[in-house]
Design a protein around this ligand. Sequence first.
Ligand SMILES: *Cc1c(COP(=O)(O)O)cnc(C)c1O
Length: 367
Amino acid sequence: MPRPIHATIHTDALRHNLQRVRQSAPDARVWAVVKANAYGHGIERAFHGLRGADGFALLDLDEAARVRRLGWRGPILLLEGVFELRDLELCSRLDLWHTVHCTEQIDLLSAHKTQVPHRVFLKLNSGMNRLGFAPHRFRSAWTRLNAMPQVDEISLMTHFSDADGPKGVAEQVAVFEAAAADLPGERTLSNSAALLRHTATAADWVRPGIVLYGSAADHPEHNAADWGLRPTMTLASQIVGVQDLAVGATVGYGSSFVADRPMRVGVVACGYADGYPRHCPGTNAHGTPVLVDGQRSRTLGRVSMDLIGVDLTGLPGSGHGSEVTLWGRSSTGAVLPIDEVAHAGSTVGYELMCALAPRVPVTMTED
Ligand SMILES: *Cc1c(COP(=O)(O)O)cnc(C)c1O
């Protein structure tokens, strides 16, 4: 028998979350963001659940090629655009739309020999100061692109830094509206958090990633269930060892958990080499939530490479072979939101999904 750890991708939950996106932005078209191998879900599996989207947005050319190989003939957008001249040949060949966020990318386009003009998304830096043209350079970039035979339609794009928090998006929206004021073209501004919290920014296209994968973009202010989202990834394993602890006994490397009463610890076949974050605490003061046979418990001790301890003290019916849900949905239907596990480890659901390790076998279910 293989090591019992495995991940499950729930394609019906992907479909459900996409519907949820459409409810929030009924008049917008939806780019399903499938970068980073669909946030760790696998492009092919995610495509199966998300083929009802209007387009797929991603970063890597090989991921774009994989989406085309799945038979997708609709729009594909390269969110960071191209990195070198020959990428543009592939854009022509695979009919990829691409972001243009800097002068160097306009220079590449002007050097590109093509019969087929490209659809581009001109990106404004509206205040995040990551990618995009500064507002005072935006119009001249548009004018230059508009005069080029290599360019077909130009759409306008920006990205929010604080859609999930108290600062919000108003300032960036104002910068975008001023810079784009009388320029023609479709607009796209919203990521997941904006889509849920600032519905007025939906414009022509929305660009949700994390909500499609069932994570609340603004956890801990809201939970996935508050937004009507369902988990799309389950990481589950089993208890492969059990120890009884006397008072004063410790668990794991560094003895970071000390039993203050007689306890029972289950040892789970899951560790940081599977993608479970080593930062998730299992000290006396702070544990990380986990489900054992669908019932809530907590981790005990430090996460090691292949194993982690969980508290079985209040769960007399559980033991060797019991199902452990690290995040997602247990076979009883109980849900442990990935955001809660991430929060305990001082990170976000995004990182946990993306870090699912290659050694973990993944299967797909329709429910
Ligand atoms: C990753 C990404 C998104 C999706 O972000 P989420 O927070 O996952 O919704 C949208 N737009 C751009 C430009 C991105 O890079």
